[in-house]
Design a protein. Structure first.
Length: 171
């Protein structure tokens, strides 16, 4: 009967590699509601990868489009919305997510995040000479902002996606 109580969209926030898309997809399936991913919506609308958008138009352009997409998605019927890792940092995004949704932070330590993102080329922010150190820096800066989410769930290497879904629902 969980669908009956889902009055607002559940918005997954947190670092790249925390599992927002994987857990969000499974959560939506469990609840029987639509799943949407703001990065995927942007890629679809622009016909470019996230890395290409950053490269061609810059991060600020990406952030502005991201805000538009999240606003539009929050107007849809309640579902699960997975956001890009930087989305929750902008005050205007936090405000609309707070007003029109319920935010769930997927937290994970840097070790786990790094293990998940190190082989992927899709994250433009990690294209530095020392991506692991960059990830750590980003994490340290963002942690206090992510902590403003309505709910938080800790990811651990031993938790399967289904365990994470259980924890989000419990929270
Ligand atoms: C970003 C995270 C990415 C994507 C973009 C910027 C960030 O999304 O939106 O590369 O600032 O943390 P994921 O969190 O899905 O990797």
């Amino acid at each position: 009967r969980l669908t009956a109580v889902l009055k607002k969209t559940v918005v997954m926030v947190g670092m790249m590699g925390a599992g927002k898309t994987a857990v969000g997809t499974a959560l939506a399936a469990r609840l029987g509601v639509p799943f949407i991913d703001s990065d995927a919506a942007l890629v679809e609308a622009s016909q470019m990868s996230i890395a290409e958008i950053f490269l061609r138009d810059g991060e600020q352009f990406f952030r502005d489009r991201e805000t538009e997409v999240i606003s539009r998605l929050l107007d849809c019927a309640p579902g699960v919305l997975s956001t890009g890792g930087g989305a929750f940092l902008a005050e205007r995004n936090r405000q609309m997510i707070h007003e029109r949704g319920i935010s769930v932070l997927l937290d994970a330590d840097v070790e786990l995040l790094w293990n998940r993102v190190k082989h992927k080329e899709t994250r433009p922010l990690l294209r530095t000479s020392n991506p692991r150190a960059t990830l750590e820096e980003i994490y340290a800066i963002r942690a206090p902002i992510y902590a403003k989410a309505d709910l938080a769930v800790q990811a651990r290497p031993e938790y399967a996606i289904a365990d994470m879904v259980d924890k989000v629902i419990e929270a």
